[in-house]
Design a protein around this ligand. Sequence first.
Ligand SMILES: C[S@@+](CC[C@H](N)C(=O)[O-])C[C@H]1O[C@@H](n2cnc3c(N)ncnc32)[C@H](O)[C@@H]1O
Length: 196
Amino acid sequence: MEHYFTNNKDLKSEMRTINFEKNNVVFTFFSDLGVFSKNHIDYGSRLLVDCLLKSKEKFQSLLDVGCGYGFIGIVLSKLTSCSSLMVDINERAVHLCEKNIKKNKITGQAIVSNCYENVYDKFDLIVTNPPIRAGKKIVLEILNGAKEHLNPNGCLYCVIRKDQGALSILKNLSLQYKCEIIAKSKGFYVIKAKID
Ligand SMILES: C[S@@+](CC[C@H](N)C(=O)[O-])C[C@H]1O[C@@H](n2cnc3c(N)ncnc32)[C@H](O)[C@@H]1O
């Protein structure tokens, strides 16, 4: 079975665009077959972005892990004028994200990376809508691995559905971070984690 995180060079392309408006800025995202939430912006990702835009969090650099076509990193980058690095294991998603960075004129870069494999810098903010379908091991690798890539005082924000194990993941994260549930909506939890 194909997943949105597998690389399949034979997968046909049916490029489409998704428009999204926030704070009077209109964004356009190229999307395609074989990537997560290909026809619409995911509700959990929107919730995560809304939480950060409402927060008093100050950040100049952000890392979006499992960026897909780049929704979270691109919107936050544009509306907060921060620079962003976006990584995904799915080559097609990274290619779309590169196009979307150009299209939406943000300061950012998208690269292929299995979790943090190709990430060498540190960031003020790490954001992720983690790939639950890739399994808990990968999800925890992404969430717990964030520690090594955060600047002092930096923080991690993630969005996870309650019925996809948000509470057990929160329990695990609490062993490494000071955690807070920032929002709960339609079964999605947004969790903020800071190094304890
Ligand atoms: C739930 S989707 C979120 C996509 C995007 N951030 C959004 O909000 O639409 C999770 C993403 O993680 C990526 N992913 C899966 N396993 C990964 C891994 N080991 N390393 C990096 N990214 C991975 C998937 O390809 C997918 O794009």
